[in-house]
Design a protein around this ligand. Structure first.
Ligand SMILES: [Zn+2]
Length: 273
């Protein structure tokens, strides 16, 4: 939930651009991989930045988002380029009454046909989170960080409990920043209803979820960059795990007792260790 004064459209586009830049530094958005969206529920005039408009059908009805504004990266656009030319890569959708359709506002610089092909998952998670928490702001980022994704190709890391015990042992701040741990969705076809449903379910309990053999999706009700931070922490944990595998598993990591002691000192609730 964001307090007033609310960020402007330009503030939000800048944050999406900075998020894209950081994801690029993490090598998590090669080519046109990855996508970003934010959903806001305060009054915004899209035409100041996006003067063109057309009616679109939404991938599924979201009556709870009627009147909400979404900024969404365009299909085929590069996240690292949002920072230089946001209106070329981002569209603005206002959800119509009933939640079945919306107005897509774009700029003359627009260089995409449709918004991201993962829009169904973005929309479902925004609607679910906003309905349950009542937040006025919600950000979602999908990216493809290589080490987290690589580990999801190794069968034993596809067990959510094993994945978390292994990844959250390398730095004290990992459990502090991801106290609910990392969710896991088995391989599903990109853009499919099955991936959307698995993601929706997992993001009710976690702030970041691994999509097996594909990448991750993270959310935040504070900022886009906070969602990217979650990807950054999880990918750093995977980097240590990967290093350890390459080094013949010489490292022991923080023990369960050490992690429990950190959580006790900080009064942090966790169920992983
Ligand atoms: Zn992807």
């Amino acid at each position: 939930m964001l307090p007033e004064p609310y960020p402007t459209l330009d503030d939000l586009l800048l944050m999406m651009g900075e998020a894209g830049k950081r994801l690029s530094e993490l090598e998590a958005c090669e080519g046109a991989a990855g996508n970003i969206s934010v959903c806001l529920r305060w009054p915004v005039e899209p035409r100041t930045r996006f003067p063109l408009s057309e009616e679109i059908e939404l991938p599924q009805p979201v009556p709870e988002l009627a009147g909400a504004i979404l900024l969404v990266s365009g299909s085929g656009r590069r996240l690292r380029e949002i920072i230089d030319e946001p209106a070329a890569s981002v569209g603005c959708i206002r959800v119509n009454e009933g939640g079945r359709t919306g107005s897509l506002f774009t700029s003359g610089q627009r260089r995409f046909q449709r918004v991201t092909s993962e829009f169904n998952s973005h929309l479902a998670v925004h609607a679910d989170q906003i309905a349950s928490s009542g937040t006025n702001f919600h950000a979602i980022v999908h990216a493809q960080p290589p080490r987290l994704t690589y580990l999801s190709h190794v069968p034993r890391y596809r067990d959510e409990s094993h994945l978390n015990m292994r990844l959250l042992r390398w730095q004290p701040e990992t459990i502090i920043n991801l106290p609910e741990g990392i969710g896991f969705v088995p391989f599903r076809i990109p853009g499919s209803p099955e991936l959307m449903e698995g993601t929706l379910e997992s993001l009710r309990k976690h702030r970041i979820v691994v999509w097996a053999k594909h990448g991750v999706m993270a959310r935040s009700d504070v900022s886009v960059k906070r969602a990217v931070d979650r990807i950054d922490y999880a990918e750093t944990a995977a980097k240590y795990e990967y290093l350890n595998l390459c080094a013949g598993e010489a490292g022991e990591g923080l023990t369960a007792d050490e992690i429990r002691a950190i959580c006790k000192t900080l009064s942090l609730q966790q169920k992983i260790f």
